[in-house]
Write a protein that binds this ligand. Structure first.
Ligand code: S3P
Length: 446
């Protein structure tokens, strides 16, 4: 368990002109480790995010018999091939705060013929698992207790998995990836008709020559994967996490006379919803020097103060491509004149916290008017917020909430204390250090 600490903020960020890096992409780090465990031979992965979520993935894989070493800056994963997990000696596979870990690992465990227990922290134990229990049960896995749809859960994989046709309607990359990972060790062709969502799993599987095809249809993607093809070890480099750039982008846009370059960032088009939305709001952002590397795009982001930002009525279509950046979009729209409406965001209620409810609670404390429904949020922005007494923010174990309010306070006067800030370590251990580089001031209170 991480030591708890709060962050006290009492000053506004001053104009800056900097170039920074952010840590490796979290989604790809989870996938690279898990996929490498199913390959034959030693895979070498550079740029793995060294955060708590990824640490839990490493520990779960080790408990399942996978040797993982760190040598210089590379993680070496000693894969033993498809379906090679061994029943863990430990009672539990602890997934911490990581939804991606539990959902993707369940895909691999569904074709591993033993029973094991999956647990998580308070936040993960509340998150919905029926979305993977149903499709993985169809393949042949069993979950216990029957009818329970949250962790802790036992999963018992099968050695006779059945290829299926699935429809993934939510636009969830975690569900899609869970099924894809299960299909690797399943004879025959698994078919997924998937609503668009981040496609790192498809890219990685294509990069290592798995038998995968993706056909873009009008509204969905038709993915087919022929299982039981032996996969071989690979070399990979992981670049900066687009989602970790969000807080810095917001500060650059809203701080007068500022400019920021973020170097070597993963620029997969399915992760660029945030930038697309910001551009619609008149943000000055460019992506330059884009190159394809290891099956993904990488580039540099250049952002500048944007005095003409305007509110938006944001369409549901963009939501899956900006899913983790909504707390930051809520902060930005709170600080510009006019009413913004965020539509089709019901999934935010199922993240590390109910992000609509918790963001609304914090924004109201600083005097921002909000109105929500089950799947939308309307925010009336106010560029002249005045805080009178110290405001306390509780992120409820949700790193994105903690980082979003950190940004809000950098842009307004007054005093804010953000409690339990250690949750940021799940995705971005160097967050505070990187903030310091661009001139943000804060005080840690233990
Ligand atoms: C992720 C997918 C998203 C995202 C999460 C990471 C992934 O979740 O919110 O932080 O790595 O696949 P959903 O796919 O459930 O929307």
């Amino acid at each position: 368990m991480n030591k708890r600490f709060s962050v006290y903020l009492n000053s506004k960020i001053k104009k800056f002109n900097k170039a920074i890096y952010v840590e490796g992409d979290k989604s790809i780090s989870h996938r690279a480790l898990m996929v490498a465990s199913q390959c034959m031979g030693i895979s070498s992965i550079k740029g793995i995010l060294e955060s708590e979520d990824i640490n839990n993935t490493v520990n779960c894989l080790k408990a399942l018999g996978v040797k993982i070493l760190k040598k210089n800056n590379n993680y070496l994963v000693y894969g033993n091939g498809l379906g090679s997990f061994r029943k863990p000696a430990k009672k539990n596979l602890y997934c911490g705060n990581a939804g991606t870990l539990v959902r993707l690992l369940s895909g691999l465990l569904s074709t591993s013929n033993f029973k094991t227990k999956l647990t998580g922290d308070n936040s993960l134990n509340k998150r919905p698992m029926k979305r993977i229990i149903d499709p993985l049960s169809k393949i042949g896995a069993n979950f216990f207790p029957k009818k329970k749809t949250t962790l802790p859960l036992f999963i018992e994989g099968t050695n006779m998995p059945l290829a299926q046709k699935f429809e993934e309607k939510i636009g969830s990359a975690q569900i899609k990836s869970s099924i894809l990972l299960a299909s690797l060790n399943t004879p025959g062709i698994t078919t997924i008709m998937a609503a668009p969502s981040r496609d790192h799993t498809e890219n990685l599987l294509r990069y290592i020559n798995a038998d995968i095809k993706v056909k873009k249809l009008k509204k969905e993607n038709l993915i087919t994967l022929r299982g039981m093809k032996n996969l071989f070890s690979f070399n990979l480099e992981i670049f900066g996490d687009q989602s970790s750039c969000g807080p810095f982008i917001i500060l650059a846009l809203l701080t007068p006379k500022s400019k920021l370059v973020i170097k070597n960032v993963n620029c997969n088009p399915t992760r660029l919803g945030f930038i697309k939305i910001l551009k619609k709001m008149n943000a000055k952002i460019k992506i330059i020097n884009t190159k394809k590397k290891y099956g993904e795009f990488v580039g540099n982001l250049v952002c500048e103060s944007s005095p003409n930002l305007k509110p938006i009525n944001c369409s549901k279509k963009l939501v899956p491509f900006a899913i983790d950046e909504f707390p930051l979009l809520f902060i930005l729209s709170s600080l510009i004149k006019g009413k913004s409406k965020w539509n089709g965001i019901a999934e935010l209620r199922k993240k590390e916290s109910d992000r609509i409810k918790i963001m609304e609670a914090g924004l109201r404390k600083v005097g921002i008017k909000t109105k929500s429904t089950k799947d939308s949020l309307t925010i009336t922005g106010n560029p002249n917020i005045q805080i009178k007494k110290t405001i306390h923010i509780f992120p409820y174990n949700d790193h994105r909430i903690a980082m979003a309010f950190f940004c809000l306070k950098q842009l307004i006067n007054g005093k804010v204390l953000i409690h339990d800030f250690e949750c940021v370590k799940t995705s971005f251990p160097k967050f505070l250090m990187t903030m310091k580089k661009i001139g943000a001031k804060y005080e840690i209170q233990k």
